[in-house]
Ligand binder design. Structure first.
Ligand code: CMP
Length: 139
């Protein structure tokens, strides 16, 4: 059993596709082990995306991520990191497979609806960034 962090970004919340995204997870058999809606501060966004701090898109990304509420979730299931990434599609929605969340709802490479951890180490960091042990349920 594996866990991953999923974020529905401000564009996804604004487009009213929270339910649609969650439906895709649940239809795939993925369990939601924790969930909340928050709005990131500038410091919160910069800390979360610290690995990207030297990339040219960093400031734009953190501005976008603080621009409205987000939904953060812990997803649980076998091989859930890879399964979530398959459901999301490629970071650049133009390269994403048909039927993926990003292909269906992204606006551009930045406003790409969802985030998902890319490896067990990043999942552990990202889950701990938003949730403590008491907020995560065993599914
Ligand atoms: P995410 O999977 O959350 O990881 C980093 C985010 O930076 C990415 O999704 C996009 O929202 C954003 N981003 C903006 N420009 C780029 C880019 N050129 N390459 C990768 N990510 C980008």
């Amino acid at each position: 059993m594996e866990r991953t962090l999923s974020i529905i970004k401000p564009d996804g919340v604004a487009k009213n596709v929270i339910g649609e995204v969650i439906k895709r997870f649940e239809t795939d058999g993925i369990k939601i082990a924790a969930m909340k809606m928050i709005q990131l501060t500038e410091a919160g966004a910069k800390g979360f995306y610290a690995v990207h701090k030297d990339r040219p898109f960093f400031n734009s990304l953190t501005d976008f991520m603080t621009s409205g509420p987000i939904v953060v979730m812990v997803l649980e299931g076998e091989n859930v990191i890879a399964r979530n990434r398959k459901l999301m599609g490629a970071t650049n929605f133009e390269e994403a497979e048909v039927g993926t969340i990003r292909k269906d709802y992204a606006t551009n490479i930045e406003k790409n609806v969802v985030h998902g951890s890319d490896a067990p180490e990043t999942a552990a960091f990202e889950i701990g960034y938003f949730f403590n042990a008491f907020e995560i349920q065993e599914r």
